[in-house]
Design a protein around this ligand. Structure first.
Ligand SMILES: Nc1ncnc2c1ncn2[C@@H]1O[C@H](COP(=O)(O)OP(=O)(O)OP(=O)(O)O)[C@@H](O)[C@H]1O
Ligand SMILES: Cc1ncc(C[n+]2csc(CCOP(=O)(O)O)c2C)c(N)n1
Ligand SMILES: [Mg+2]
Length: 316
């Protein structure tokens, strides 16, 4: 195995092409410029082997999936990706080939989303842990947040949900066999489609937004609580995928869409006058924001209390 410093130089010090990056990999800390009129949006995301991804999945997939999941939080805030830090904790026996594959996957994904690696930290560890701090830029005061949903807003989804959760059983059965992106559900798991372009288009259009990582119902409750409103979903309008229905049936596909997580689609609310524009952006109208009566539910399905045992993924 390479030494700690050889490894950083060899795998994580590639040229950056972004004039807002003043100091990147190699110094004690990074320095970035925030252009006048913009604010910096920052988020940190940890992924642990066999909790967030199968430890035996190809390294290049682990890397790019982790970056896609992390920048999804920038999409949810309407930010344009700028830079990221990588904290990598590696088992002592990690091979150079594994590291090179991880680095290639990370770099390809960073280039696809035009985001620069500006630093990080590398340690040994009993388990593989990938932590990504990501940051992006948004016009000052314009970021999308969870706390501005208004009674009367339409509720929208950026795409089909439940696809990745439907893929999980198959992915866990043989993670090392997945190689290339295709039209199957495993691609939804390994290549979550962070809604970076849509997120920026929603600035000025949506009142509130988040990305769905834990499951629609659980994540919806974050908007409801932050905005002190009730989100009432229409089950018939939740966009499940034909592939998931074919694999596990209509009822299970809906259940996975509501509570499965790993979607990385955006859930957002917008005033009714934005309806046509959002339809043109291929978004799905899935419910209404309503007044919440004291002590009543934050999230309803067809006006009813949600009876599902789990509302989404919980670590503890
Ligand atoms: N250990 C912590 N210390 C301080 N703040 C935290 C900590 N863990 C989470 N948070 C904050 O709590 C909020 C919810 O965190 P969470 O990780 O659930 O974000 P998320 O976007 O909902 O999910 P995801 O982790 O899938 O991106 C965020 O504002 C996050 O910054
Ligand atoms: C191997 C494997 N097993 C289970 C899952 C399901 N899963 C794990 S964490 C999580 C929520 C998001 O995490 P966080 O809230 O930490 O961002 C979900 C849906 C997976 N992705 N991979
Ligand atoms: Mg999020």
């Amino acid at each position: 195995m390479l030494t700690e410093f050889e490894l950083i130089k060899h795998c994580f010090n590639w040229p950056q092409n972004n004039e807002t990056i003043i100091c990147a990999v190699g110094d004690d800390a990074s320095i970035v410029e925030v252009p006048r009129g913009y604010q910096l949006v920052q988020s940190i995301d940890t992924q642990v082997a066999d909790i967030h991804f199968p430890a035996t999945a190809p390294a290049q997939l682990i890397a790019q999936r982790a970056l896609r999941c992390a920048i999804s939080d920038l999409a949810a805030m309407g930010a344009k990706p700028q830079a990221f830090h990588l904290a990598l904790s590696l088992p002592k026996n990690t091979s150079q080939a594994w590291l090179e594959s991880f680095s290639l996957g990370l770099r390809a994904c960073a280039e696809e989303f035009n985001i620069s690696l500006i630093g990080g930290d590398t340690t040994s560890s009993p388990a593989l842990v990938v932590t990504l701090q990501v940051q992006g830029l948004v016009s000052a005061g314009k970021a999308l947040t969870r706390d501005k949903a208004q009674v009367g807003d339409d509720i929208w989804l950026s795409g089909e949900i439940g696809r990745s959760a439907a893929a999980l059983e198959g992915v866990l059965a043989s993670p090392e066999t997945f190689v290339e992106k295709d039209s199957g559900l495993a691609s939804d798991y390994f290549y979550p489609q962070a809604q970076i372009n849509l997120g920026q288009k929603l600035v000025g259009l949506a009142h509130s937004a988040l990305d769905i990582s834990d499951g629609l119902l659980q994540d919806a409750s974050h908007i409801a609580k932050a905005s002190n409103v009730c989100l009432n979903f229409s089950a018939a309008h939740i966009p499940t995928s034909e592939l998931a229905v074919a694999l596990c049936g209509q009822a299970e596909a809906l259940q996975l869409a509501l509570t499965g997580g790993d979607d990385y689609q955006l859930l957002f609310t917008a005033p009714q006058q934005a309806h046509n524009e959002l339809k043109d952006l291929n978004c799905y109208h899935v419910g209404q924001v309503e007044e919440r009566k004291a002590h009543s539910e934050w999230v309803l399905l067809d006006g009813q209390t949600v009876s599902h045992k789990s509302m989404g993924y919980q670590h503890f």
